[in-house]
Design a protein around this ligand. Sequence first.
Ligand SMILES: [Zn+2]
Length: 343
Amino acid sequence: MPVATPAQYRAMLDAAQKGGYAYPAINVTSLPTINGALKAFAESKSDGIIQVSTGGGEFASGTSVKDMALGAIVLAEAVHRLAERYNVLVALHTDHCQPKKVDTFLKPLIAATAARRAAGLGNLFNSHMLDASELPLAENLRLSKELIVECAKNEIILEVEAGVVGGEEDGHDTSGVAADKLYTTPEDMLEVYETLTPLGRFMFAATFGNVHGSYKPGAVKLKPTILRDGQKVVTDKHGAAAEMDLVFHGGSGTPLEEIRETLGYGVVKMNIDTDTQYAFTRPIVDHVLKNYDGMLKIDGEVGDKKLYDPRNYLKKGENGLCARLKEACDDLLSTGNTLFGKV
Ligand SMILES: [Zn+2]
């Protein structure tokens, strides 16, 4: 199946909202990570979201070119071709784009989708995230309004963020922000709903103490009830159908009961990166440490070509990532819920 059409993607999000489950959204940076993600979704019979960050795009374009939009396009085109071999739906998304990167990342990617549509092809990306959470809410929403209009013209869903996700990811460090900024207020959630709803479909990364990265148990104080309280203010005023599609950032390392609690409050997408990065690298470390002698040319020897062939250990990384992503499908209750062939 090719990448989900805009209508299929909307159906995916609606089904998750109604069914009380969410999609893992996994960051990819290379063919082995794409292949591990597709394999996991297919084996779990789960639809899913594959996403590219600005840093992931830059990495994928090579250490010489370093063009984040170009690398994201290359990864997305690879997903379009490879996803055809699997019987699940996958949507393509881009992760955090701060205001200063809008012109060099988001706008060229929206233009790439517009060009494909003009040529009779499907969207390159199904959704994009604008992360203007570093701005005051009024300025954040001014930029969000401008971009959601551009996205809506191309049937692209815009993810926005209000409040701040803590920690560090992709070189963007928010560990110094005031603690109260880590929790979106119900008033802000209502303002985001009322400002964006007339303009286009959106997803909302409301923050509830969540942080990027991996932490020891107890170090992160999640308050998922923030999401419940914000949704209530919106649905009390606008009716039950107004429940927003929420996104859970920093899902890595979160206890299962806290993940499950958020599903009841309208979370339909949970980002996972740190845990799948580790799951990719862990078997490679094992391979290197066990095969140290064969991977190196020591004392005039020639080493073992089979052991230092990158395919050998990258396959192990692909499978490690796949196993961890299948766990995420189970945690988020998306396992077995594919809409492939149904919408
Ligand atoms: Zn994030």
